[in-house]
Design a protein around this ligand. Structure first.
Ligand SMILES: C[S@@+](CC[C@H](N)C(=O)[O-])C[C@H]1O[C@@H](n2cnc3c(N)ncnc32)[C@H](O)[C@@H]1O
Length: 278
C-alpha cells in the first residue's frame, strides 16, 4: 500500500470515529517517533476500541508543559488549566504576604496541577519560587507521577498516601482536583472516560456516606483549616453537586475563611477558592 493510500484510510477511519481533529496530532507524533504507516494502523486500531489518545501517546500537554500519562492517572483536563491561572493571580497579588511559599497539591495524579503552579510561579514576575508537595494515594499513579517529578520538579516532595495521613506543615496554598463524580442522575462520566480512566480518580471512596461526592471537600477543607496560614488560600476544582453545597458549608463551619465560586470558560461553576482571613 502506498503512503498516501495508508493515510487516506487512516483519515477516513478517524473521521468515522468522530475524531478527525486528532489526525494532525497523530501525524506530529508519528514524525516525532520516526515511525511509518504501521503507526497509523496501530493508532486507528486502539482508538477504535475507545482508548484515549493521551494513553496511546503516553504524554499530554497541560498549559505549556508536557506530562507523562498512563492509565493509572487521570488525563489532564483543560478546566484544571484554568485553576492554575486563578491560583497564580492570587499568589501574585499576595506576593509580599509571605517570605516564602509552600504549595500542596492533594490528589496529584500526574502532578500536572501542582507542578504547573510551581513552574509558572517560578517564572512569573514577581518570582515566587514556591516549595511543592504532591500527595497521592494511588499506587498505580506513582510511577507516572515520579517521572513527571523527575522531569519538571526535582525538588518536590512526594507523599505516597492519603491527604488524611499527611503530617500537616504550615503552608500558604492548598490545591486539589479531587475525585468528584457522584454517579447520580446526569453526573456521570462519558463511557470512554469510565472505561479507561482510573475509577479512584473519578469517584470518591466515601460515596455511600456522602452521595453528593462532597466527602473529599469536607476532608480537604478540614486539612486547609489545619495547615494553611492566615492570608493563605485553598483552591479546589468541583462539579455541580458540590457547587450547590460548599459555600454554605464553609460559611457555617469555618468563620475564619471567606470563599467564592468561580465559573469555568464554559460558564459552569467549577472552582472554589477560599482565603484564610485570620
Ligand atoms: C481527579 S484526579 C486529579 C489528578 C490531577 N490532580 C489532575 O488534576 O489531573 C484525583 C486524584 O486524587 C487521588 N486521591 C483520591 N483520594 C485521595 C486521598 N484521600 N489522598 C490522596 N490522593 C487521593 C486519586 O488517586 C487521583 O489521582
Amino acid at each position: 500500500m502506498t503512503d498516501e493510500a495508508a493515510f487516506i484510510l487512516f483519515q477516513k477511519g478517524m473521521e468515522a470515529l468522530g475524531v478527525k481533529h486528532e489526525v494532525r496530532w497523530v501525524l506530529d507524533e508519528m514524525l516525532r517517533l520516526g515511525r511509518g504507516d504501521s503507526y497509523l494502523q496501530e493508532v486507528l486500531q486502539r482508538r477504535s476500541k475507545g482508548e484515549p489518545l493521551a494513553y496511546i501517546f503516553g504524554h499530554w500537554a497541560f498549559r505549556s508543559h508536557e506530562f507523562h500519562v498512563a492509565p493509572g492517572v487521570l488525563i489532564p483536563r483543560p478546566e484544571t488549566e484554568e485553576l492554575v491561572d486563578l491560583v497564580l493571580e492570587r499568589m501574585r497579588s499576595r506576593n509580599r504576604t509571605f517570605p516564602s511559599w509552600h504549595i500542596v497539591d492533594a490528589g496529584a495524579g500526574s502532578g500536572c496541577l501542582g507542578i504547573a503552579l510551581q513552574l509558572e510561579a517560578g517564572n512569573s514576575r514577581p518570582q515566587l519560587d514556591p516549595k511543592l508537595t504532591l500527595i497521592e494515594l494511588s499506587e498505580e499513579a506513582w510511577p507516572c507521577l515520579e517521572k513527571n517529578i523527575a522531569q519538571h520538579a526535582p525538588t518536590a516532595n512526594l507523599f505516597k498516601g492519603s491527604w488524611l495521613e499527611w503530617p500537616p506543615e504550615r503552608i500558604q496554598v492548598l490545591v486539589s482536583n479531587p475525585p468528584y463524580i457522584s454517579g447520580v442522575g446526569a453526573d456521570k462520566p462519558d463511557e470512554s472516560v469510565a472505561e479507561w480512566e482510573p475509577h479512584s480518580a473519578l469517584f470518591p471512596e466515601d460515596l455511600r456516606r456522602f452521595p453528593d461526592a462532597s466527602g473529599p471537600y469536607r476532608e480537604l477543607i478540614r486539612l486547609a483549616q489545619h495547615c494553611v496560614e492566615p492570608g493563605g488560600i485553598a483552591a479546589f476544582e468541583l462539579g455541580a453537586p458540590q457547587a450547590s453545597w460548599i459555600s454554605e458549608h464553609v460559611k457555617q463551619n469555618y468563620p475564619l475563611w471567606s470563599g467564592e465560586l468561580v465559573s469555568d470558560m464554559g460558564g459552569k461553576a467549577r472552582f472554589w477558592i477560599m482565603q484564610r482571613l485570620a
